[in-house]
Design a protein around this ligand. Structure first.
Ligand code: SAM
Length: 269
């Protein structure tokens, strides 16, 4: 049996993350926007605001990206002091008060926070055990960490689409898998990793189905992996154009292209 290629070092490469991947919010926004075609719609920032109901004081959003959560929490909870943090200086440019920081070594005193957010970011971290220790260290007694990621079953149709399109380009039945971001920290694995520090972990599952009748949002999602384009073992743009044709064919035949999603939030104490 041939081993599946692992892309771990590419997914955690800090210089790549802070430039090509997240030097701006462009690629992240393309991935976030696909969810507008999901049923049911989950108001993720709203869920975070609810979970923060009993929290007071300072809240850090570590790996905050383009600030989707920071902006909403600031609006809904002006009493909290929000601290946006990310390893990418570029993506923080529009966020007042943001700090360049790595979750593996937070520039915060022990017990400084009422809550810490680490949303869709721990899969990018090389030493996850150290990152989780840091999340625990900076929380005051009774504080909470809110973490999110995807299931290993999430968006399987997109992985399949990529492999088929890559296969078409290469003239083989199935091409190589694309870089899979959340595979390093899945919803299934997260409780054990977080459980080394936190005694109580509640998972909020967020299932849904994305249904598009135009290929563009799916194409934009695939194109958002551009940072890893030269490491996929297949011509990137050609594969995307072939994927577009395949999505168009499915839409013509079935009326829509569907993608099954399973994400989740983990509230840790
Ligand atoms: C997929 S984005 C998620 C952004 C945001 N939390 C959200 O859910 O919309 C991952 C973010 O984590 C940041 N990141 C990656 N590794 C990090 C680290 N070690 N410490 C802090 N931030 C990191 C990236 O630069 C990127 O902005």
């Amino acid at each position: 049996m041939t081993a599946q290629p692992t892309h771990d070092h590419l997914v955690t490469d800090r210089s790549l993350l802070s430039t090509k991947a997240y030097g701006t919010g462009r690629h992240l926004a393309a991935r976030q926007s696909l969810y507008q075609w999901q049923t049911p719609r989950h108001d993720l920032p709203g869920i975070v605001v609810n979970e923060l109901a009993d929290v007071r004081g300072v809240v850090a959003d570590v790996g905050c990206g383009n600030g989707k959560f920071v902006t909403r929490v600031r609006e809904d909870r002006p009493d909290l002091k929000l601290l946006p943090m990310d390893v990418s200086h570029g993506i923080l440019s529009a966020l007042p008060g943001a700090v360049v920081a790595d979750v593996q070594q937070l520039p915060l005193a022990d017990g400084a926070l009422g809550a810490v957010l680490a949303l869709h970011m721990l899969y990018h971290v090389e030493d996850q055990a150290q990152a989780v220790r840091e999340l625990g260290r900076v929380l005051a007694p009774g504080g909470i960490a809110i973490v999110s990621t995807n299931s290993r079953r999430d968006k399987r149709e997109l992985e399949q689409l990529w492999r088929q399109a890559a296969g078409d380009v290469l003239g083989v039945r199935e091409g190589p898998a694309r870089v899979q971001l959340s595979a390093r920290f899945t919803l299934e694995d997260a409780p054990a990793i977080l459980g080394t520090v936190f005694g109580e972990i509640r998972t909020i599952p967020l299932p849904g189905v994305i249904e598009v009748t135009d290929a563009e949002p799916v194409v934009a999602h695939l194109a958002s992996y551009e940072a890893w384009a030269d490491r996929m073992g297949v011509p990137f743009l050609e594969t995307i154009e072939r994927a577009r044709e395949r999505v168009d064919e499915t839409i013509q035949a079935e009326g829509a292209f569907r993608v099954t999603c399973l994400g989740g939030m983990l509230v840790c104490r």
